[in-house]
Design a protein around this ligand. Structure first.
Ligand SMILES: [Zn+2]
Ligand SMILES: [Zn+2]
Length: 334
């Protein structure tokens, strides 16, 4: 963080730059405050390590990183749909070293760990990030995604079936387009910062913990969860939270990868809706990753990804299936 941005955001300056120092010492990459255009917000003061205190059954007793061997203070948990040859699930990023630890699952049973769940009337706010989405050539693309979000959320058996998990059905707000383009390479840490700034400035409504944002990215933008794991190479999409169980909660949908994220068709919209449906279901059933309904290290769709079956909801969109604990089987379209 530069001195000028610190003085523009006095709260940050007072708390010191170490609040936003990434565990590996990189500041400018993960938390580049010069990109933040919004007003000061309490959200920023909670960005540094709110997630790190969270733990799940799989990581509770782990005190050293299994990649570098250094002692760790905890893990950030991110719900990730992996691309081909990687494994979907709750990815664990050790702090402070930021290595992804692949942990052995301690449980094969579906369990609820006490965290926040989606309730009736919660709100989806779709955010299309970049001028790409304002061009007339992409209006059909946006319209198809809008239809998909509404169809997914309102499908009687796909979303409605989640009532067995005490999860409700939400509403979809009119979408918002952000006219400034994202950088070609961005990190999840930067997305947290930007989303917080959009909320603080009123660019997007403040949903608190009663809803979530779907952030859609234009072609050519790569998102990374660490210096190693980038979108398409390692994952298709994910969901996360800015500040643990209090949110704000969000999914990130990179522009569909050409390979590795669609086992059914070659159509980019089908690729997108498969990932979007999974992230929406997993956000609703496990809003703060690892604290809601999980099967060991897996969220409810991750479990079904392992025995993947192509499925569509009544609106026609391809969706990823979730584990139905009543039927002891993965959800099937009619
Ligand atoms: Zn964990
Ligand atoms: Zn490490």
């Amino acid at each position: 963080m530069t001195l000028s941005s610190a003085s523009r955001y006095p709260r940050l300056g007072r708390r010191g730059t170490s609040q936003f120092r990434r565990p590996d010492g990189v500041i400018g990459v993960e938390y580049n405050m010069s990109r933040v255009r919004g007003k000061d917000s309490n959200l920023f003061s909670e960005l540094s390590n709110a997630n790190l205190k969270e733990e799940c059954e799989s990581c509770r007793n782990i005190v050293t990183c299994n990649v570098c061997g250094s002692s760790i203070s905890g893990f950030e948990h991110i719900g990730v749909r992996a691309s081909a040859s990687h494994e979907s699930g709750i990815w664990h990023y050790a702090n402070p070293c930021r290595h992804r630890n692949q942990l052995r699952s301690r449980s094969a049973n579906v369990k609820y760990a006490g965290g926040p769940l989606w309730k009736n009337g919660y709100t989806w706010q779709n955010i299309y990030w970049g001028p790409y989405f304002t061009s007339s050539s992409s209006s059909a693309w946006v319209a198809s995604i809008e239809k998909a979000v509404r169809d997914i959320e309102s499908d009687k058996t796909y979303s409605g079936g989640l009532s067995q998990y005490n999860v409700g059905t939400g509403t979809v707000s009119p979408f918002i387009t952000i006219k400034t383009a994202p950088a070609a390479k961005i990190s999840d840490g930067q997305i947290k910062q930007i989303l917080a700034s959009w909320i603080a400035s009123g660019t997007v409504p403040n949903l608190g913990s009663q809803g979530a944002y779907n952030i859609f990215l234009p072609p050519g933008v790569t998102v990374s969860l660490s210096p190693v794991e980038a979108s398409c190479a390692f994952f298709c999409d994910y969901h996360n939270t800015i500040s643990g169980s209090s949110g704000p909660f969000y999914t990130v949908e990179p522009y569909p990868c050409a390979k590795g994220c669609n086992q059914c068709t070659n159509n980019p919209l089908d690729t997108l809706t498969q990932g979007l449906s999974e992230e929406m279901v997993e956000l609703k059933t496990d809003m703060n990753p690892g604290t809601g309904w999980v099967i060991g290290n897996l969220e409810l769709c991750d479990y079904c990804d392992a025995k993947f079956v192509c499925n569509r909801i009544s609106g026609g969109e391809y969706v990823n299936s979730w584990y139905d604990k009543n039927k002891k089987a993965c959800w099937k379209g009619s």
